[in-house]
Design a protein around this ligand. Structure first.
Ligand SMILES: NC(=O)c1ccc[n+]([C@@H]2O[C@H](COP(=O)([O-])OP(=O)(O)OC[C@H]3O[C@@H](n4cnc5c(N)ncnc54)[C@H](O)[C@@H]3O)[C@@H](O)[C@H]2O)c1
Length: 128
């Protein structure tokens, strides 16, 4: 596998589940990781636990469906670590309702978190 030591990663939805697993694996590979999540408490706990393993990690709270918050998180990441090499666009939500029971608000929420403009924005982060 490619040596990732010293690289920087930005991982969304990193406070739990798959995102936390990816953040953990990257940090174990010597990558500096900025964990991003909407859940402040879970994020703080995840960062605290990873720091106990001497991982070079930090956390930034943001709702990735809101461009201004994502912009602020990106700015904080660049200020903290400089260039970002790895972007993990992991954050996502499920509607939690069965087929035929979706509301417009439910669709807006799910699609807002997964919005293509967010992916484009995240891609631009690695160009800075
Ligand atoms: N687990 C599965 O079987 C599965 C299957 C297919 C796809 N996925 C996708 O993989 C990704 C991770 O899945 P998971 O099971 O680890 O989910 P999870 O619910 O365990 O974790 C998702 C994380 O994203 C965060 N998050 C949610 N909305 C956010 C927002 N607006 N801004 C920032 N952070 C936000 C949550 O707080 C949480 O920490 C998701 O995109 C999910 O849709 C998962």
């Amino acid at each position: 596998m490619q040596d990732l030591t010293g690289r920087t990663a930005f991982v969304t939805g990193a406070a739990s589940g798959i995102g936390l697993g990816i953040a953990t694996a990257l940090s174990q590979a010597g990558v500096k990781v900025m964990l991003c999540d909407i859940e402040e408490e879970a994020l703080a706990t995840a960062v605290e636990k990873l720091k106990l393993t001497n991982a070079a990690v930090d956390g930034v709270r943001a709702d990735v469906s809101l461009k201004a918050e994502l912009q602020a998180a990106a700015d904080a990441t660049v200020a903290r670590y400089g260039k970002v090499h790895i972007l993990v666009n992991n954050a996502g939500v499920a509607g939690g309702r069965g087929y035929g029971h979706w509301t417009d608000a439910g669709w807006d929420w799910v699609l807002g978190v997964r919005a293509p403009r967010r992916m484009a924005f995240l891609t631009s982060l690695s160009d800075r």
